[in-house]
Design a protein around this ligand. Structure first.
Ligand SMILES: Cc1cc2nc3c(=O)[nH]c(=O)nc-3n(C[C@H](O)[C@H](O)[C@H](O)COP(=O)(O)OP(=O)(O)OC[C@H]3O[C@@H](n4cnc5c(N)ncnc54)[C@H](O)[C@@H]3O)c2cc1C
Length: 309
């Protein structure tokens, strides 16, 4: 069975940064990524990236390309299409599936960098909608909704920014939020309130997505008043949840569900570290945080390994 000083699970920004630092520090490492390419959420970023120091790119794919070139140039040890299925922290063992084959790998230290995913509404009709592929970016799909009615659900920056993207491209947007308090920054709030193409529906929950071959409408409940609204698409923007399922029975979690870590990104199990979206509250998730934590975990592990040997 193969053994590594560090096994990194997840090939998004956090995992990539950890692999780069392991390579730089001469730490024997292996990064495992379940999908066929690296980058994680970068694939979903369709707008310009302007807040990562030194990098100005039109979208996440461009950044992804730079990162792949970077890890290739440093000969980081990376394997894609490897789904990690179980972590056995007693024996420092991970169980993974590589294109249908089950394998085991041993580690001295594990870095969990499994990221986060969009929170879903968990209402009837939603899974069918996702399965049909009716999942939209408000940047790259905005033009297909001109003169159509679209429901956006949420009260944060992403919901408000998305509503503005679609409204400015000519869609009629119904922005639905469960309360009257919005987390969105005031810059977005003012623009949304002044936009004639955006109708705000507060104190309202969406209870069902209707439509067999495609979305035709939603059922909503506004303080007990239930009704149906015809829409061509539903876009939930209600935050994210960390992908903790692999280790949530092993390590301590914060109240918000993120993995609890110390200043070195170490969990309560000394051989398990966590970095990136999996351990940060949603308002502090970013490419910069992920990159920084990749460095901290790799550096700390390198120090611990040198103390052992
Ligand atoms: C639309 C959008 C716009 C954004 N815009 C910005 C922005 O402008 N600026 C900014 O700083 N941030 C932005 N972000 C946030 C930023 O993208 C994330 O904070 C960052 O990418 C998180 O990186 P990560 O490595 O922690 O996780 P992820 O990118 O989620 O990567 C996790 C990886 O782990 C893999 N994985 C999960 N489970 C397993 C398993 N069991 N086995 C193997 N692999 C596994 C996944 O396939 C994935 O590749 C945006 C995010 C989105 C969605």
């Amino acid at each position: 069975m193969k053994k590594y000083d560090v096994v990194i699970v997840g090939g998004g920004m956090a995992g990539i940064s950890a692999a780069i630092w392991c390579s730089r520090l001469n730490v024997k490492h292996l990064l495992l990524e379940s999908s066929d390419t690296l980058g994680g959420q970068l694939e979903q970023i369709h707008n310009k990236l302007i807040d990562y120091p030194g990098i100005l790119v039109d979208n996440g794919k461009q950044f992804q390309k730079l990162l792949i070139e970077h890890v290739d140039s440093l000969q980081c040890n990376i394997k894609s299409k490897c789904l990690v299925k179980k972590v056995d922290s007693l024996h420092n063992l991970i169980h993974l599936s590589v294109e249908g084959m089950e394998k085991q790998i041993q580690y001295n230290y594990l870095i969990a960098a499994m990221g986060s995913k969009s929170r879903t509404l968990d209402i009837p009709g939603e899974q069918e909608m996702i399965f049909r592929g009716e999942v939209y970016s408000t940047t790259s799909h905005k033009d297909q909704f001109a003169n159509k009615t679209v429901a956006i659900v949420g009260g944060g920056d992403r919901a408000f920014e998305g509503a503005l993207n679609l409204a400015n491209a000519g869609a009629n947007v119904i922005l639905i939020h469960r309360s009257e308090n919005f987390r969105a920054r005031s810059q977005y709030k003012n623009e949304v309130l002044q936009n004639k193409n955006i109708q705000l529906l507060t104190n309202t929950t969406v209870t069902k997505i209707v439509g067999e071959d495609s979305v035709h409408g939603i059922e909503v409940n506004q303080q007990g008043n239930k009704r149906r609204i015809d829409v061509s698409a539903v876009i939930p923007r209600i935050g994210t949840v960390p992908n903790t399922s692999l280790i949530q029975d092993l390590v301590n979690l914060e109240e918000g569900g993120q993995v609890a870590i110390n200043e070195y990104c170490q969990t309560n199990i000394p051989t398990i570290f966590a970095i990136g979206d999996i351990c940060n509250p949603p308002e502090y998730t970013s490419l910069s945080t992920s990159a920084a934590q990749g460095m901290i975990a790799a550096k700390r592990i390198s120090e611990l390994l040198h103390k052992i040997t």
